[in-house]
Ligand binder design. Structure first.
Ligand code: ATP
Ligand code: MG
Length: 360
């Protein structure tokens, strides 16, 4: 047998809805890849943390759960959210608790149009919309600060306070410039709303100017978020790497995913760039209860997620091979319904596994 020089321990957490279906498909493909590659090993451990366990125990994360999770090298996550649990309860209970507990302050969302798939944009095909959106993942509009007074009264007030710290803005800006620097075009667009929001957003503008000086080889420009939505639709080729706040990038990345053809294909990486904690990788789509259990969920988002995870773990070659195999399959038209095909989750997964045998 070939000696395995690198071993990575992966926590598998499907959570809710189609989450367990797509992460199972992802684990199957990863297993196959590791087997064929032979130069690295993967070890999986399943976690059943979900809205079901929350409903039974009152907790998404059991006592001491994060410490246990911390021993893994990465987390492959499905989706969280259930029809009978308020969205903010499930989101904060599981996903954001992990992001914050592990200081995963950088959220990275690449976009592209796969061969064989269609963008709703006329004239945009494979090669257009090759973007990476870097989202601030720890503060800003989703800092969880604020409150409500006079509940139910006509004069009720609610505040939702955005928090931007210099430390937080500097570290995400630096990460975004580094990300742009590693890409062929070395081009970053900084998105804010500093005409209307004159504190936090002006801090973003100032930090961008300062950090840009550390990266003389990276070209950059800035956009207001409203104008940015138009530019994404009208001049997609003018963009490459994009950085924005927690809220703005959340919205822009859903737009990006839709422009690329389906929210079923795009991945998200929640990274702790200091690598002191495991990073978490998940498809951008949600739990999609309307198609849960039907075997029709698109697993491609999780395959791309798995590829991003491998790259983060240093397995760049395997990550590239994974994407080659996936695109070969979409190019042949083996796709789920959301991409205009008629294949089920299993068919697409088996096709990718078979394609991997060819790629290796
Ligand atoms: P959540 O509340 O967790 O965000 P959701 O029910 O809003 O979940 P989303 O995942 O946001 O669902 O997606 C919206 C719709 O897109 C779903 O109802 C589903 O029909 C479709 N969809 C999402 N993900 C996939 C996928 N992987 N494959 C096929 N269709 C999908
Ligand atoms: Mg949703």
């Amino acid at each position: 047998p070939i000696a395995v020089s690198r071993k990575h321990s992966i926590a598998i957490m499907g959570a809710d809805g189609i989450g367990p279906e797509v992460v199972a498909a992802g684990a199957q493909v990863l297993q196959k890849l590791a087997q064929l590659d032979g130069s690295f090993g993967l070890e999986f451990e399943d976690y059943d943390w979900s809205s079901d366990t929350y409903k039974k125990t009152g907790k998404y994360i059991p006592d001491g759960g994060l410490e246990k999770l911390k021993k893994h090298d990465a987390i492959l996550f499905g989706a969280v959210g259930a029809p009978d649990v308020p969205d903010h309860t499930s989101l904060w209970g599981l996903r954001l608790a992990i992001c914050q507990g592990f200081q995963q302050y950088a959220n990275v969302r690449p976009t592209k149009i796969f061969r064989g798939t269609q963008s709703p944009l006329r004239n945009a095909s494979h090669g257009a919309l090759d973007w990476v959106i870097v989202r601030e993942n720890s503060e800003g509009e989703y800092a969880g600060q604020g409150g409500r007074s006079h509940r139910g009264q006509p004069w009720e007030m609610a505040t939702e306070v955005s928090i931007f710290s210099r430390h937080g803005v500097e570290r995400i800006m630096r990460f975004a410039f580094e990300t742009a620097q590693k890409r062929p075009r070395k081009f970053l667009t900084v998105v804010t709303k500093s005409n209307a929001q004159r504190n936090g957003m002006v801090l973003w503008d100032e930090v961008a100017v300062a950090i840009a000086k550390e990266f003389p080889d990276v070209k950059w420009d800035k956009m207001l978020v409203d104008a940015m939505t138009c530019r994404m639709v009208l001049e997609p080729q003018s963009l490459d790497t994009i950085v924005a706040t927690n809220l703005h990038a959340d919205i822009l990345s859903d737009l990006a995913a839709a422009l690329a053809g389906s929210i079923g294909i795009a991945p998200t990486s929640n990274l702790d760039p200091t690598r002191q904690n495991p990073s978490m990788f998940e498809p951008i789509h949600g739990s999609a209860f309307d198609i849960t259990g039907k075997g029709v969920a698109n697993p491609v988002g999780t395959f791309w997620t798995a590829s991003e995870m491998l790259a983060w773990l240093g397995e760049e070659e395997a990550a590239t091979k994974m994407m080659e195999a996936v695109e070969a399959v979409t190019e042949r038209g083996v796709m789920t319904k959301d991409l205009g095909g008629s294949a089920g989750t299993k068919e697409v997964t088996d096709a990718v596994c078979a394609e991997l045998e060819r790629v290796y």
